[in-house]
Design a protein around this ligand. Sequence first.
Ligand SMILES: Nc1ncnc2c1ncn2[C@@H]1O[C@H](COP(=O)(O)OP(=O)(O)OP(=O)(O)O)[C@@H](O)[C@H]1O
Length: 257
Amino acid sequence: MVFLRVDGVEFSYRSIDVLKNIRFDVDRGEIVSIVGPNGSGKTTLLRVIDGILKPRKGSVYIDGKTVHSLSRRDIAKIFGYVPQRLASLQPVTVIEFVVTGRKPYILFTPTKKDYEKAFEILKEIGMEDKANRRITELSGGELQMILIARALVSEPRILLLDEPTSNLDPHHQIEIMNLIKRIARDKNIAVLMALHDLTLAYRYSDNVIMMRRGEVFSIGPPEKVLTEENILYVYGVKTMVIPELKTIVFLESIAKY
Ligand SMILES: Nc1ncnc2c1ncn2[C@@H]1O[C@H](COP(=O)(O)OP(=O)(O)OP(=O)(O)O)[C@@H](O)[C@H]1O
């Protein structure tokens, strides 16, 4: 059975249609990137998938069950969500923040095992030396790594990431993408992430979903979706795609696109 199925999803904010007839499947261990211009609906789609927003039409299925038939607690166990940014930050330490990811749905007293898991994840991403720093004193990139750690510590079956590399320097971009790939493969987690960096999407995705104005414009393996023609049509930018290097060079944008 397909693990995650998005089946004919439509969504509107009040009367504004944002998602139209979205359908695709994601398997366990698969990495899928969602690309598309600003405002094309990527974040909204991630929020519909993890049950925060309810589709006007269509459904999201996990292992054959609709997300909306699950409790918030079950949803929190299945999904790890990494937002683009947090609305507000409490001045807690990194380890205290990461450990809350063990049970994101309740206030709880973490056990020794919870702290061990949190520390294990920090080690895995090379951030264990920051364990006792306050999260309010981290750089943007460090905070992004910690947000990913917090999502992973609950051992989710699906990881949803909204622009996981947007604040990261090139070294940390590659580190994070390698970490995501390793986790997807080793722990058999389905990964769905919104990405602006098309070269990262090309290099690290099994499949890419290219969105345009709330619709799936193209879907499939990176070499089929991330073509010069599609990028020109969807973003209004001329590019040179070099498949051998899995690299996309941006040349110029089309005036009055
Ligand atoms: N809470 C809201 N109420 C009304 N409209 C919204 C709301 N959130 C988003 N929108 C609109 O829905 C559309 C899709 O937004 P969304 O954030 O899903 O796009 P996105 O592809 O993630 O964009 P970006 O790349 O800029 O993060 C946009 O036109 C946006 O203005």
